[in-house]
Design a binder for this molecule. Sequence first.
Ligand code: NAD
Ligand code: UDP
Ligand code: UDP
Length: 324
Amino acid sequence: MKQLDTKRILVTGGAGFLGSHLCERLVADGHDVLCVDNFFTGAKVNLARVADRPGFELMRHDVTFPLYVEVDEIYNMACPASPIHYQHDPVQTTKTSVHGAINMLGLAKRVHARILQASTSEVYGDPSVHPQVEEYWGNVNPVGLRSCYDEGKRCAETLFFDYHRQHKLQIKVARIFNTYGPRMHPNDGRVVSNFIVQALRSEPITIYGDGSQTRSFCYVDDMVAALLALMNSAEHVTGPINIGNPCEFTMLELAQAVLDITGSKSKIVLQPLPVDDPRQRRPDIEKAQQLLGWAPKVSLKEGLSRTVEYFDQLLGVTKIAIAS
Ligand code: NAD
Ligand code: UDP
Ligand code: UDP
């Protein structure tokens, strides 16, 4: 017999990095989880730990097309997150954010589901307010290479708030800052995975620009805890709400931390800075602390160690597979 508090929960993009950790946690909490993914950047292997659990179901589907299912809650995570992936097919990236949001909001409206949007710190663009507070409207190039992601996510936020005002939907908008951990894609070009893979392979660590730009890195378990806290928060807590770890590091500091943890002898090399690369980024998380009672617990050193362990195993397995 089902427990009374068992919910039917849809996770779009559930086969990706964040989504797969979220699915695992929701299944562990006893919910019925429907994961929907088109496998553009995600993979079934990310869901190996839940694939055979009775409470878990996986559906291949692209959220730019309508979806008719019956659920109580929706976590809308579908969208490639790394610049290499989201710039590969920028039109599809915007469609995923915008058409995907419309379809999931339409679904939420029909079945009266509560819906959470995985938004991003990229809505602040290259910020002139530091640290970033939710009230800051951002500094985004509307026609650049990153715009398909940034403006797509901004439009999705607009749609969430219009469905909330116009159709009384229960919405939750999380502005997610850089998150890292096991199951990041080894080739997706994001800085944490790049540096760790390069260090483990004794290849040069590629710093773009002079390495003085900053980011604030949140470990995946802390992020999942915050997303759950937001979904389960009081109805009036709609966000947008910053979720991230406010400890800020330059890319040079990050490279050094990875070298220290791996003991690698990799050299640091400087490469050109990508266009529109934000100079600095750090969340103000006062709202998350006050409204959700949440704060990150995992330090960069601890989180990087766990991530290095994952990549160490992954690359080891790859070597064996190639050798055999
Ligand atoms: P990811 O690329 O690992 O996962 C995205 C998932 O969405 C993949 O499984 C992919 O196959 C799926 N997907 C993409 N387009 C789809 C479509 N049209 N239909 C169905 N599925 C589709 O990225 P992630 O890091 O896990 O990010 C998850 C979400 O969190 C994204 O919405 C991203 O914008 C947001 N986010 C992530 C970060 C971060 O640092 N990881 C930061 C800010 C926001
Ligand atoms: N939609 C969906 N699943 C549903 C209900 C709606 O995918 O269960 C999609 C549908 O394709 C629609 C969109 O969500 O285009 C927006 O729905 P809404 O009811 O807001 O608008 P309308 O149907 O009037 O276009
Ligand atoms: N970066 C870097 N070397 C790399 C990959 C990225 O120096 O091999 C830099 C990148 O230019 C940016 C920062 O690291 O300044 C974070 O990049 P990422 O793509 O991980 O995230 P985002 O720019 O979306 O925050």
